[in-house]
Design a protein around this ligand. Structure first.
Ligand SMILES: [Zn+2]
Length: 480
């Protein structure tokens, strides 16, 4: 059995010959036991166990023993001036010893309850300040911090403190921690209780309300401009575009007159607007073709976007393999692209984009080439299933190595102007069974639809949302 045990050395006595330790051991499941043993006995137990282990385990055990000795020497050396010094060691039970079961006295018996004044201290985290530094300033041990950080999923949130966050400490008159409160997120306060070195956590949730908001717009100059006019933040515009990024090339295909409508969440806390939530339903009409999507949670609880016919919006290939936000914010769709018409034998698409624009793997696959030559500059080739290869040229910097597996949307490099080029751009090729295809028009395999038994529920859920989107659009046209 492998069980993680945290040995919290609360007290130690130095005995040159035998190195006698008294320690408290706290199990992960909160059972508390006290350890009071002669180290020379442990040593013989360790030696007998080690001899039956594999070499890898021997190294681990060796490290664990060194760690114990280190911890002990630390306690012993500071004992002269502080009797409350703590030090924690994490070991595997199977690698060390069985702990004698001695019950620890309860909190009430310890004499701490009601007899003294507790000390409240609040620390606002400064830039560059670490939790470890804060614990030291508060006179608390690193061992305790380690113990809290590893205690459970809630207590792990403490590790994510950011500058500006406040930590509220409650200490005993002796300076021991009894409670630590921390606003873990906009809606959650985390409280860590420490009763006689026995940890427990509590999460207090604040009220939040989600309101559904409609928005619609028509593109005149840019998608981001139209988004702003419709009251959307740039990140909401990105969220909208990402839903349709398998169908629409947001770099090259957006035109004046394209339109969108969406229903999305706005999150309020105690009545005040806090942030945007997710898009529940959206439609986008691109060059006369209308695309619709609804967010739907299908059994496993992890939702994603589906078209009205129940097919996933996510498909095997992205239309434009780069982060269009670097481009479209200044992109005028009325203007033709500067790097499109090229010399003969040009077999790809060129995306004019600023140097440094992240380039994504259009689909999942394996990197077959990642290199440099004087024609391609820095380039990456990716092989996908079903005989498809995609090529990406003229990077300023490559982000993947030959042989690496890449996921769809993973950054594989950054737009640059290396090789034979006139300016910074991404040259993108799509090759199917050895034949170059136009990635903007090639017909790609359709995604799988929802299982037929789920369809009635999906249609019942999605139809009213889609009708509402269409109504929004009608309103927009009527207003114009
Ligand atoms: Zn090109």
């Amino acid at each position: 059995m492998k069980e993680k045990i945290i040995y919290n050395f609360v007290q130690s006595t130095k005995d040159i010959g035998n190195c006698l330790i008294k320690a408290q051991a706290v199990r992960k499941n909160s059972q508390t036991k006290t350890l009071s043993v002669n180290f020379s006995q442990i040593k013989s137990q360790i030696i007998s166990k080690v001899s039956s282990l594999t070499s890898t385990k021997k190294v681990l055990v060796g490290l664990a023993i060194l760690f114990v000795f280190y911890a002990i020497s630390d306690i012993v050396s500071v004992e002269a001036d502080a009797h409350t010094q703590n030090s924690d060691v994490v070991l595997n039970q199977s690698q060390l010893i069985n702990i004698p079961s001695i019950p620890l006295m309860s909190f009430a018996e310890s004499g701490l309850v009601g007899s003294e004044q507790f000390i409240e201290k609040t620390v606002v985290v400064k830039k560059g300040q670490t939790l470890s530094g804060i614990f030291t300033e508060m006179g608390l041990s690193q061992g305790l911090l380690l113990k809290i950080a590893h205690f459970n999923e809630d207590s792990k949130k403490l590790v994510k403190v950011m500058p500006g966050n406040a930590l509220h400490f409650t200490l005993t008159p002796e300076g021991d921690l009894t409670q630590l409160r921390y606003q873990a997120s906009d809606f959650e306060e985390l409280i860590i209780h420490n009763d006689m070195d026995q940890l427990s956590t509590e999460v207090v949730t604040h009220d939040q309300q989600i309101r559904l908001v409609n928005a619609q717009g028509t593109i005149n100059n840019s998608l981001f401009g139209a988004g702003k006019a419709a009251g959307l933040t740039d990140s909401m515009v990105m969220q909208l575009a990402n839903i349709f990024s398998w169908d629409i090339d947001f770099v090259l295909e957006i035109r004046s007159g394209d339109s969108f409508s969406l229903i999305y969440e706005k999150v309020y806390k105690d009545g005040e607007y806090l942030t945007d939530g997710k898009i529940l339903a959206a439609s986008f009409t691109n060059q006369g073709t209308k695309y619709e999507a609804v967010f739907y949670e299908h059994k496993d609880g992890e939702g994603s976007y589906f078209a009205a016919d129940g097919r996933a919006m996510k498909k095997a290939f992205l239309r434009a393999p780069l982060n269009f936000s670097y481009i479209s914010s200044n992109f005028n769709p009325k203007r033709l692209h500067p790097v499109t018409k090229r010399v003969k034998a040009h077999r790809g698409i060129d995306y004019a984009a600023p140097v440094g624009t992240p380039v994504y793997a259009a689909g999942g696959g394996r990197v077959t080439e990642s290199g440099y030559n004087k024609y391609n500059g820095h380039y990456v080739f990716v092989k996908h299933p079903s005989g498809i290869t995609t090529k990406y040229l003229h990077f300023s910097k490559r982000a993947v190595k030959k042989g690496a597996r890449v996921k769809q949307g993973q950054t594989i490099g950054y737009v640059g102007a290396t090789g034979m080029v006139t300016g910074p751009h991404l040259h993108y090729e799509f090759i199917y069974n050895g034949v170059h295809r136009n990635p903007r028009t090639v017909s790609l395999p359709k995604s799988k639809p929802l299982p037929s038994d789920v369809m009635p529920e999906f249609i019942a859920y999605s139809s009213p949302l889609l009708t509402r989107l269409t109504d929004l659009k009608a309103d927009l046209i009527a207003q114009n």
